[in-house]
Design a protein around this ligand. Structure first.
Ligand code: F0G
Length: 486
C-alpha cells in the first residue's frame, strides 16, 4: 500500500459522548474508589482500556440482525443461524451457546476434570484456571521458552511448550490429563499468537497419548491474522481459512464471543464428541438454559452469527493489529517499555522496566495504571503483584508476581487513531516523570469496605511498611484493593 496511515475500515453512524474530567475530579474519583480502577464509575473514565471484552462496537448489519432475533424458547431461527455460523467457522458438529466464555469453561471442566486431573495450557486465563481448579484439578501453564523474555522479538511467543507438554504427560500419566488446551491468542502471555506448526505439534502429542485437544479461541481471528503475516507458507491464505484450519485440529473449543465474536455478550462450547456434548447439554440446562439459547436472547445469537462473518475480514484485522502496534511504538518512543512484539488486542506496559525504584510489594504496575488515569483519564488494568502476588505466611511482603504489567486493551472498532494518539501522549507524560511515581500498599479489601470504601481508608503514611526509607520525592499511598473481579 502506498500510504503510511492504516485507516479505520468503517465510518461512524452513531456516537457516544465521552466525559472530560479535571485533574481534581480524577484525584477525588481515585480516592473514592480506594485506588482500585475496577471501582471507578465508567463515567469518570475518558478512554477505557480496561478490557477488550464485550466493549466492542457492533456494525450496522449486527444492529439489523438484532431485529431479526427470534425469541422462541426452543428451536428459534436465531439458533439455526448461530449454529450455521459456528459450523461454518469451526466445523464442529455440537454447538452449545453460553452466556459468556467462563460459563462454557465451567460446563466443560465439570464434565471432564476432577481431583486427580492435570490440565495443561500455554497459559490459562484467570477464569479458565479457576474453573479447572474448582473441580479439584491442577492447571499447568506451559508457555514456550521465548515467552519468558518480555523483550524478545519472537513471532509466536504464544506457543505451547511441546517438550514440556510431553514431559508433563509422561510424569503424571495420560489418564490423568482429560484434555490439553491452547489459548489463541495467549491473553495472559501478552496477547501473543500461536503458530499453526505449534498447534499441529500439540495435536500429534495428543494423538500419541489419546488426549483431546481443545482451543480457548476467544481471539481466533487475531491469531489467524498473525499467522498470515508471520508463518511461512501462510502469506497467501485468507484469515478465515487459517482459523478453520486451527479449529480442524481441535476436538473442541470454548470461546467468549465478547472478543472476536464482535458481541457485547455470548460464549460457546463446541464439541466433536456426541457423548460429551450430551452431558454438557444436561449441565447447560441446569445453569444456562435450554440448549438452543444457552443463556442468551435470540437477538444476541443473531448479532454473534453476523459478527463471526465480519471479524475475519482482512481489512479489519490489518487495522486491528496495527492499532496495538502503533500504540506500542508511541510508548516505546516515549521511553515506556512494552512486552514485545505487541499482541493483537492490547499493549502491555512493563512497569518494572519503567519504575525500577518501586519494589514489587509496593505494586509498581498499580502505580503506573493509577497514574495513567490521574494524568489523562485513561483506564488500564494492573497485571502484577496486586493481581497475582500471594500473602507471605510469615507476615512479610506479598510474594512478587513474575511480571509487573499494565494492560491497555483496545475495544474493537471503538476508538479512532486520535484517541490512540492521545493515549500515547498520556503515556509519554507519565513516562517523563516516572522517577516521581511512588508505591502503594494494600490496606484492606473492598469487600470489607461495603459501599463506602472511603470509610475504611486511613491517611496515607509516608514510607510505612517499607524496609528501607522511602526517597523523599516518592509518595507512599494507600490502595484499598482487591484482586480484579473479571
Ligand atoms: N479465555 C480468555 C483467553 C479470556 O481472555 C477470557 C476473558 C475468557 C476466557 C473468559 O471469557 O469473560 O466471556 O467469561 N477475558 C476478558 C479480559 C475478561 O479482559 O481479558 P468471559
Amino acid at each position: 500500500m502506498p500510504y503510511r496511515t492504516t485507516i479505520e475500515p468503517f465510518r461512524i453512524k452513531s456516537v457516544e459522548p465521552i466525559r472530560f474530567t479535571t485533574a481534581a475530579e480524577r484525584e477525588r474519583a481515585l480516592a473514592e474508589a480506594g485506588y482500585n480502577l475496577f471501582t471507578l464509575a465508567a463515567d469518570d473514565v475518558l478512554i477505557d482500556l480496561l478490557t477488550d471484552s464485550g466493549t466492542g462496537a457492533m456494525s450496522t448489519e449486527q444492529w439489523a440482525a438484532l431485529m431479526r432475533g427470534d425469541e422462541s424458547y426452543a428451536g428459534a431461527r436465531s439458533f439455526a443461524r448461530f449454529e450455521r455460523a459456528v459450523h461454518d467457522l469451526t466445523g464442529m458438529p455440537y454447538v452449545i451457546p453460553t452466556h459468556q466464555g467462563r460459563a462454557a469453561e465451567s460446563i466443560l471442566f465439570r464434565q471432564v476434570a476432577g481431583a486427580d486431573s492435570i490440565v495443561p495450557n500455554n497459559t490459562h486465563f484467570d477464569t479458565t484456571r479457576a474453573n479447572v481448579e474448582q473441580t479439584g484439578a491442577v492447571a499447568v501453564d506451559l508457555a514456550c521458552e521465548a515467552a519468558r523474555d518480555l523483550r524478545s522479538e519472537v513471532d509466536f511467543k504464544g506457543d505451547l511448550d511441546i517438550v514440556g507438554l510431553r514431559a508433563t504427560i509422561d510424569e503424571v500419566g495420560a489418564d490423568r490429563v482429560p484434555l490439553v488446551m491452547i489459548t489463541i491468542t495467549n491473553n495472559s502471555g501478552g496477547g501473543q499468537p500461536v503458530s499453526m506448526a505449534n498447534l499441529r505439534a500439540a495435536r500429534e502429542v495428543c494423538d500419541e497419548y489419546g488426549i483431546p485437544l481443545f482451543l480457548d479461541a476467544c481471539r481466533f481471528a487475531e491469531n489467524a491474522w498473525f499467522v498470515t503475516q508471520r508463518e511461512p507458507g501462510y502469506a497467501e491464505h485468507e484469515p478465515r481459512e487459517v482459523a478453520r484450519e486451527a479449529f480442524a485440529l481441535a476436538d473442541g473449543c470454548t470461546i467468549s464471543f465478547k472478543k472476536d465474536g464482535f458481541a457485547n455478550i455470548g460464549g460457546l462450547l463446541a464439541l466433536r464428541d456426541p457423548e460429551l456434548a450430551e452431558r454438557c447439554r444436561t449441565q447447560l440446562i441446569l445453569t444456562e438454559g435450554f440448549p438452543t439459547y444457552g443463556g442468551l436472547a435470540g437477538r444476541d445469537l443473531d448479532a454473534i452469527a453476523q459478527g463471526l462473518q465480519e471479524v475475519t475480514d482482512p481489512d479489519y484485522l490489518r487495522y486491528r493489529v496495527r492499532t496495538a502496534a502503533y500504540l506500542a511504538e508511541i510508548a516505546e518512543a516515549a521511553g515506556a517499555p512494552t512486552v514485545r512484539p505487541p499482541g493483537g488486542h492490547a499493549v502491555y506496559l512493563d512497569a518494572a522496566g519503567l519504575l525500577p525504584h518501586i519494589p514489587p510489594h509496593e505494586l509498581p504496575a498499580q502505580s503506573l495504571a493509577l497514574e495513567l488515569y490521574r494524568e489523562g483519564g485513561v483506564r488500564g488494568v494492573e497485571i502484577g503483584t496486586l493481581m497475582f502476588g500471594r500473602p507471605d505466611p510469615h507476615g512479610g511482603p506479598d510474594t512478587a508476581a513474575p511480571y509487573e504489567l499494565v494492560r491497555l486493551a483496545l475495544p474493537r472498532r471503538v476508538y479512532t487513531q486520535s484517541h490512540v494518539d492521545y493515549v500515547g501522549e498520556v503515556i509519554a507524560m507519565v513516562a517523563g516523570r516516572a522517577g516521581e511515581l511512588g508505591g502503594y500498599r494494600i490496606v484492606g479489601s473492598l469487600a470489607g469496605c461495603g459501599t463506602s470504601p472511603r470509610a475504611s481508608r486511613r491517611s496515607p503514611v509516608e514510607g510505612a511498611g517499607h524496609d528501607r526509607p522511602a526517597p523523599s520525592r516518592r509518595r507512599a499511598r494507600e490502595c484499598v484493593a482487591v484482586e480484579p473481579r473479571w
